[in-house]
Design a protein around this ligand. Structure first.
Ligand code: PBG
Length: 341
C-alpha cells in the first residue's frame, strides 16, 4: 500500500471540508431525515361538484378526473376519500334552476344540502365544507344581486349579504361543519356569522376566501360549476392580482368579522400572499390550488411534456412550504393514492 491517498486532504482548507451541503442529500434516508416540509393527507381538502339526481354523472372536459356527481355518487367518493386518509371535502352545487337572486341555493332539497346529508349519514367523521356563493345559482352568473345604475350594471354588495347568509344557514342546517364564502362581498363574513349564531348554529365555522383574486386560473371551474358570468367579469369584487397589502386588509377584516380560517386563492401565482398570511395572522391558512392550476398539469402530463405525479408533489409541497396549513386541491385523491404505494 502506498501512502499517496493519505496525503491528499492536507491541501484542503477548513471551509472546504466543513461546507458540504450535499452530505445531507446523499441517500433517500438522509433526505427523508432532513426534509423540512411534509404534506399529509390530513392537510388536503377535496372539492366535489354535486348535481341534482335528474342529471347524469359526467366528467368535466377541462378537468380530467373531476366529475359532476349525484348525491349517492358523492357518498361513494367520500367513502373512498376517507379510506385514503382525506378528512375534509368542499362541496359546490349545480342547481335545478337559476334565477336573478340564486334562490335555488337555499332550497333544503338542493343538491348541496342533499349531498351533505347523505355524506354525513354515511361517513359522519368526514368534515364537510360548503362553498357559499351565488354565481352557480344566478342566471347572470355573478356572485351577487345585479343592479342597474344609469345603464351600468353592477353587483350590489348589501343586497347580496342576506342572500349569502340564507344560503350559509341552509348548508349548515343540512349538516355542513364549515361554510366557505367565496363571493368577495364586503362584510359577508360578519353577516354569515350573525345569521348562523341567530339560527343557533354557533358550532359551524367559517373558512373565508379572504384574498381571492380576479384570476384567469378559474376558467375550467366555470365549466365544472356552470358559473361563468354572462356579461362583464368579476373585477369589481375579486382582488387585483397586483396587490398584496390589500390582501392583508381583506384578511384583517374577515378575522374581525369572525372568520375561523382564512384563504388565499389561487395558490401558485400567489405563494407570496400565502407567506404574508402566515406571517401576519395566527389562524389556520388555507390555499386553493385552483382548477386552472390543476388542468395545466393534467394537459402537459397528457402530452408527455412533464411528469404529472412529480409536478403534483412539487406543487403541493411548495404551497405548504409557503405557509399554508390546508390545501384545497383536485389532486387530493391522486396524491393520497400515490402515498399508498
Ligand atoms: C365561486 C367560486 C369560484 C371558484 C371557487 N368558488 C369561481 C369564480 O370565482 O369564478 C374557483 C375554483 C377553481 O377555479 O378551482 N365564486
Amino acid at each position: 500500500m502506498t501512502t499517496k491517498t493519505m496525503t491528499l486532504p492536507v491541501e484542503t482548507t477548513t471551509t472546504q471540508t466543513t461546507r458540504r451541503p450535499r452530505r445531507l442529500r446523499r441517500t433517500d434516508s438522509i433526505r427523508a431525515l432532513v426534509r423540512e416540509t411534509i404534506v399529509r393527507a390530513e392537510d388536503l381538502i377535496y372539492p366535489l361538484f354535486v348535481v341534482p339526481n335528474s342529471r347524469p354523472k359526467i366528467e368535466i372536459g377541462s378537468m380530467p378526473g373531476v366529475w359532476q356527481l349525484r348525491a349517492h355518487e358523492a357518498v361513494d367518493e367520500a367513502l373512498r376519500a376517507h379510506d385514503l386518509g382525506i378528512r375534509a371535502l368542499l362541496l359546490f352545487g349545480l342547481p335545478e334552476y337559476k334565477d336573478g337572486i340564486g334562490s335555488a341555493s337555499w332550497d333544503p332539497a338542493g343538491p348541496v344540502q342533499s349531498a351533505i346529508e347523505a355524506i354525513k349519514r354515511a361517513v359522519p367523521q368526514m368534515m364537510v365544507m360548503a362553498d357559499v356563493c351565488l354565481c352557480e345559482y344566478t342566471d347572470h352568473g355573478h356572485c351577487g344581486v345585479i343592479v342597474d345604475h344609469n345603464g351600468v350594471k353592477d353587483v350590489d354588495n348589501d343586497q347580496t349579504l342576506p342572500l349569502l347568509a340564507k344560503q350559509a344557514v341552509s348548508f349548515a342546517a343540512a349538516g355542513a361543519d364549515f361554510v366557505a364564502p367565496s363571493d368577495m362581498m364586503d362584510r359577508r363574513v360578519g353577516a354569515i356569522r350573525s345569521a348562523l349564531d341567530d339560527a343557533s348554529l354557533t358550532d359551524v365555522g367559517i373558512m373565508a376566501y379572504s384574498a381571492k383574486y380576479a384570476s384567469g386560473f378559474y376558467g375550467p371551474f366555470r365549466e365544472a360549476a356552470e358559473s361563468a358570468p354572462q356579461f362583464g367579469d368579476r373585477r369589481t369584487y375579486q382582488m387585483d392580482p397586483a396587490n398584496v397589502r390589500e390582501a392583508i386588509r381583506e384578511m384583517e377584516l374577515d378575522i374581525e368579522e369572525g372568520a375561523d380560517m382564512i384563504m388565499v386563492k389561487p395558490a401558485l401565482s400567489y405563494l407570496d400572499v400565502i407567506r404574508v398570511a402566515r406571517e401576519n395572522f395566527d389562524l389556520p391558512v388555507a390555499a386553493y390550488n385552483v382548477s386552472g392550476e390543476y388542468s395545466m398539469v393534467k394537459a402537459a402530463a397528457e402530452r408527455g411534456w412533464i411528469d404529472g405525479p412529480r409536478v403534483m408533489n412539487e406543487i403541493l409541497t411548495s404551497i405548504k412550504r409557503a405557509g399554508a396549513d390546508l390545501i384545497i386541491t383536485y389532486h387530493a385523491m391522486e396524491w393520497a393514492e400515490l402515498q399508498r404505494r
